[in-house]
Design a protein around this ligand. Structure first.
Ligand code: NAP
Length: 258
């Protein structure tokens, strides 16, 4: 056994949605450093291009901006990818949105926005890309779909983000349902359920509730780029080839140890 190659993604083609900042940016930086040909997508074309340019001296990073809140946007990203490459080894459905409002005034538009970006988009994008995902996949090295779920899809969250927690629960079930549907087609589908990571989405928690949120994490700290990249590399490499339908918590024990 070549243990040194177990976690390698060198030469793999990877598409990361929501790669412009936060957890997605951590993943983009990790996969580029690991030698993957990495495509990054988000609505902000400027941010995608700036990150791709910054990382181009370390490896291959290509910007494919898209708005995944509509079915048309998902289809456009799939066809933009297909114009660039004939196969996709790893799809990371990371783009996400949240909406907080108290029960009683939670708006329908907020609920729809969260569901469209967090649940419909990963489903439609995966469906659109099935052909390129299958193109180079084999039983020994299946194509990988990695969903970014959340501990909020497992535990009732501290904040009034009703659509968000429901959407992440849906992502976890979608992971299993899709995993079953494509298992015989040389593809795995897994989810990572992050706990607390610093990002624009969680900035208000660090600004206003840091003691409370860190105090609720058994390991007593927020997640780091190494924590999320390490798990994604496992799921994307030879090491993770026989794992499918799993929801892997990367949360310092938040969802399971309390
Ligand atoms: N941070 C955490 O502690 C945490 C914990 C659990 C789960 N998560 C999940 O991790 C993922 C990343 O979150 P984050 O914390 O890194 O949030 P973030 O900093 O707000 O980043 C969200 C990313 O998604 C992109 N995005 C948002 N709406 C989009 C749309 N309509 N179309 C395409 N791209 C869109 C954003 O870029 P543009 O705005 O340019 O489009 C950005 O790149 C999400 O799925 C989130 O639910 C985060």
């Amino acid at each position: 056994m070549d243990v040194g190659a177990l976690f390698s993604v060198a030469g793999k083609t990877v598409l990361i949605t929501g790669g412009s900042r936060g957890i997605g940016e951590m993943l983009v930086r990790g996969f580029v450093a690991a030698g993957a040909r990495t495509y990054i997508s988000a609505r902000s074309a400027d941010r995608c291009a700036a990150l791709a340019t910054e990382l181009s001296d370390q490896g291959t990073c290509i910007a494919l901006p898209a708005d995944l809140s509509t079915p048309e946007g998902c289809a456009e990203l799939a066809s933009a990818f297909r114009a660039e490459a004939d196969h996709l080894d790893v799809l990371i459905n990371n783009a996400g949105a949240t909406w907080g409002a108290p029960l009683g005034t939670y708006p329908a538009e907020g609920f729809d926005k969260v569901m469209d970006v967090n649940v419909r988009a990963p489903f439609l994008l995966t469906q659109e890309l099935l052909d390129v995902l299958q193109a180079a996949a084999s039983p020994e090295d299946p194509a990988r779909v990695i969903m970014i779920g959340s501990v909020d899809g497992i535990q009732v969250p501290m904040f009034d983000s009703f659509a968000y927690s429901a959407s992440k629960s849906a992502v976890h079930m979608l992971t299993r349902h899709l995993g079953k549907a494509v298992a015989a087609r040389n593809m795995t589908v897994n989810a990572i359920a992050p706990g607390l990571f610093a990002s624009r989405m969680t900035a208000f928690m660090f600004d206003e509730y840091e003691e409370q949120v860190l105090g609720a994490i058994p390991q007593g700290r927020a997640g780091t780029p190494e924590d999320i990249v390490g798990t994604a590399l496992y799921l994307a490499s030879r090491a993770g080839a026989y794992t499918t339908g799993a929801v892997v918590m990367v949360d310092g024990g938040f969802a399971t140890l309390r």
